[in-house]
Design a binder for this molecule. Sequence first.
Ligand SMILES: [Fe+2]
Length: 397
Amino acid sequence: MRYVSMGDVPAKRHTQVRDEDGDGRLLVEEVMGYEGFSGNESILYHLQSPCDVAEVGAFEPLVLEEWVPDAHVHRLTHTAGLAPAGDPVSGRRVLMFNRDVEMAICRPSEEMTGFYRNGEGDEVVFVHEGSGTFETIFGTLPFAPHDYVVIPRGTTYRVRCDDGPQTWLTFHTPGEIETPNRYRNRYGQLLEHAPFSQRDFHPPAALRTHRSRGSYDLTVRARGGLQHFVLDYHPFDVVGWDGYVYPYTFNIADFEPKSGRLHQPPTVHQTFQGPNFVICSFCPRNLDWDPLAVPVPYHHSNLQSEEVIYYVDGQFGSRSGVGAGALTLHPSGLPHGPQPGRVEASLGATHTDELAVMCDTFAPLRLTTLARDLDDPSYALSWHPAPASSAARSATV
Ligand SMILES: [Fe+2]
């Protein structure tokens, strides 16, 4: 990320600075950083101590209902028919998880009544449909369809949704969401061969300092649960901040896809990295131009990976029977590849309009009962040739 400064910050760190627009009180400096004091950090200047809570509420454990299937097979999950429920945080319904990442679908139907902070993980929200604003302690962050919204842990926020349906694919990781190391030089700047530049990443648009007093609910995710607090001041009390840690958006349309004379591996589509997982963007692009090229992927066994693809828009070349909102899981231990007829159908194709988000994990994924409820068991057999019709059989007899 690049350095950003918003609002009023003093010329020197760790010096006296007062609220010039208010009662002249000393502002409270908070350093928010990763890896102790060795990672990226931002410094925020508050009107109140960020430790100040008026009431300590309940701690509510977060429990995932695991489904352990009785068969290890490729899976297809249809999420398009999922009824909207919950708010932009409580409405995240986890489908798959391991120790590194949780993947959920969120179709919120309610506004948030309080504020939220993830105290144990970074978040990525891919906005399949919908728009609105993440109101955060760093400022307001508008979002639009096909945005990735990346929210560092420790960011207090509230989401305001515009009218209309919202469908999000969300990720939570106890690790750190970053752009891939190989896209950056030793100073952190994105390199010329990267599929995006710093200009494509959008920090909050505006910082508004709230000075109101009242009663404000704050929920903090920590230690596998939700800790509820009540504050008597508005939590967006930051007068200014600067640094490298802040929420941002990146629209998938700003990902510059790569094509080759022959098929390019998923690696070229990588967008983010987390601990033991990657997030990739499959975007509309020209296809391989060698006369003998096979434009769809070769069969492959990623021996240590689980591959999850969420289908956003367009026709996906190597699959049939998957539409927008479908999600495939190709787990480790099983090879996968184009379904019957898809290779032949792809020959000579010059362009694909597919739009999809992929998450590959290096550790096995566990499934929830929601994945069970949305599971399409016919997918495991979709590489098997359809049985010949009785007419065809009789013709060969
Ligand atoms: Fe694959």
